[in-house]
Design a protein around this ligand. Sequence first.
Ligand code: NAD
Length: 303
Amino acid sequence: MQIRFDDRVAIVTGAGQGLGRSHALYLAARGAKVVVNDLGGSIDGGGNDTTPADRVVDTIHRAGGEAVANYDDVSTPESAAGIIQSALDGWGRLDILINNAGILRDKLFLKMSLDDFEAVVRVHLLGSVYTCKAAFPVMRKGSFGRIVLTSSAAGLYGNLGQSNYSAAKLGIIGLMNTLKIEGKKSNIKVNTIAPVADTRMGARVFPDHFKRMIRPELVSAAVAYLASEACETSGDTIVAGAGFYARAQLQESTGVAFTPDTEVSPEMIAEHYAEILDMQGAAPHDSALDALKKLYTSVGGEL
Ligand code: NAD
């Protein structure tokens, strides 16, 4: 089976360089018509420039593909809606949304201004919310949608100096967890990539020998799969970098259950804390409802 995107229209946000550029070139090379969105700002979100998006569109055209540039900012509802409108104006449909745009404002939490915290949440988390909000009704109407969100190991596991980024990146997984449920009936699959790649963003972090291994195209291969008809799952978080691919997942331990009429004390929690933390036999839940059912039955409730 060859994965192709003929007749599919895709948006890639933040596609002027780095991972977004790679995703856009990858999808276009396999037949997608691509809206190359990028406002062309600095790594911390300052300024704007139309050149990065234009260059990517030019590269796609020279390779015989179809693309249009869009310079809107993902971080306001109006301009994010403008990105979706670009796809509709260009080709009258939208099938794929790759939410990739991002900025960094790293600082220790003690020293971080709330402005810096909010700016990062606005681009990563709210930017994903605003584009999804505008894309969802269009995809529902077409009974097809593939949305790929972008998280990070910093969101999944934490990273020094990135409280703003970590909060936004895990918030994105929360967004996915509910959109996967709400998109189900309309064949809208929502998945998340947690990438590692040599880009402007990674330049300060990774040593040179590692940079040569973390080619953005290796991430784009997984993004292209998640964006395709071949992908039938929803709600997956896929870690991808340097040719390594894995699933990251929230799980709940089997836990400890007292009967509901027990007067549970902090001392009893202390006594059983190792058992509560023990992840042997841990399992994920498909939804909050499933988690609630487990809790209820664990304490003797009958469904
Ligand atoms: P990058 O800085 O090379 O590219 C990000 C692009 O997003 C830039 O071209 C920028 O102009 C654009 N952008 C920023 N704010 C925007 C906005 N408001 N509207 C539209 N475009 C905007 O970074 P990258 O490494 O390619 O990162 C891409 C995504 O991958 C980000 O979400 C990032 O958090 C995530 N990520 C990257 C890595 C990595 O190793 N590079 C690791 C984890 C997560």
